[in-house]
Ligand binder design. Structure first.
Ligand code: UDP
Ligand code: MG
Length: 321
């Protein structure tokens, strides 16, 4: 007998063998209490450990567990995108696998959804067990993003959120390559609200977001939603041209009307040359970030590739007894 699914939970997993069983246990505990049909959609983002096998084992024992198996590591944002592509629920919930986002918050999100909100995102009131560097860099990132983007991307909010199926469908129509999912969810609009929570420590294992991925992620966020870094070139250009012009007037005055020698000053000269070249190179880099992303968009590559048969996955996801 086929029955519609009420809730889809999307769980991206990358080398999470240490936590995946506990995640399954905690999620099942919470979801079973609701007494409605649900699916746990694990997206295995090319794990090199036993994560995939563990999820496959769970899927064999529990028909509510589904696995989307990437052919390699495509990244967290792409993993949740794939989850949204295949989710069948009336409400779709994205949650990290490491239990930093407590599953016990899901019923509260569902309550808000029932009140009529189409997006319920979880705002981190506090972060436990993360390094000072992570907390500060995250705070700085969200504030910079807020300052330079036109659309209102909520601060201190990760991808832990509930979306109505209409929002999920809107998200599916967005196929851009360098995705900053939490920004895109703000961009699609609909009625959105927040609930606050204390972000726990990782249950086990280590962060799967090393500095390099974090930098890439923040660049994607900024470039996807703001041109301001490009405008920096014009602002700096005007400022430097204007101050150079003033300085030129001063030098001319000294040369023509005073006996002050203008020739001395290798130090100031070399300082100007190095500084300006540095600024120019940085701005070229900024332009490069945008051009690289334009190049990515022009290549018509799929966002991700699945190891298991997408048709079969789709079929399986449709039928839930
Ligand atoms: N993740 C993923 N692909 C990646 C990196 C991370 O699917 O390339 C998943 C990871 O398994 C976890 C979630 O994304 O479920 C968040 O990662 P993590 O907890 O390591 O990030 P942090 O909380 O440290 O920012
Ligand atoms: Mg985490």
């Amino acid at each position: 007998m086929s029955q519609s699914i009420q809730y889809s939970i999307i769980i991206p997993v990358y080398n999470e063998e240490a936590v995946v069983r506990e995640t399954y246990r905690r999620l099942t505990e919470v979801m079973e209490q609701l007494g409605e049909a649900y699916e746990l959609l694990f997206v295995n983002d090319g794990s090199r450990d036993r994560t995939g096998e563990l999820v496959e084992g769970m899927a064999k024992r529990d028909h509510r567990v589904k696995l989307l198996d990437f052919s390699r590591n495509f990244g967290h944002q792409i993993a949740i995108t794939a989850g949204m592509d295949y989710a069948r629920g009336d409400a779709v919930i994205i949650i990290d696998a490491d239990l930093q986002d407590p599953p016990e918050l899901i019923p509260d999100m569902i309550a808000k959804w029932r009140e009529g909100y189409e997006v319920v995102y979880a705002k981190r009131a506090k972060r436990k067990g993360e390094t000072l560097f992570k907390k500060w860099s995250a705070a700085l990132f969200y504030r910079t993003l807020h300052a330079i983007t036109e659309i209102d991307i909520p601060m201190d909010t990760g991808d832990f959120r509930l979306m109505d199926r209409r929002v999920c469908e809107a998200m599916r129509s967005i196929r851009e390559k360098n995705r900053f999912v939490r920004g895109l969810v703000s961009w699609v609009g609909f009625r959105q609200t927040a609930i606050e929570y204390v972000r726990d420590e990782r249950f086990a294992g280590e962060t799967k977001y090393p500095l390099k991925k974090m930098l890439r992620f923040s660049m994607d966020g900024i470039t996807s939603f703001s041109y301001k870094p490009l405008k920096l070139a014009s602002y700096l250009g005007f400022f430097i041209s204007f101050s150079s012009f003033l300085y030129l007037l001063v030098s001319l005055f000294q040369r023509l009307f005073t006996s002050h020698s203008v020739v001395a000053g290798w130090t100031s000269l070399i300082a100007c040359v190095l500084l300006l070249n540095g600024v120019i190179l940085i701005l070229l880099g900024v332009i490069g970030e945008y051009i690289g992303r334009i190049y990515d968009e022009t290549k018509d590559r799929p966002l991700y590739l699945l190891r298991n048969d997408p048709q079969a996955v789709q079929q399986e996801l449709k039928v839930v007894s």
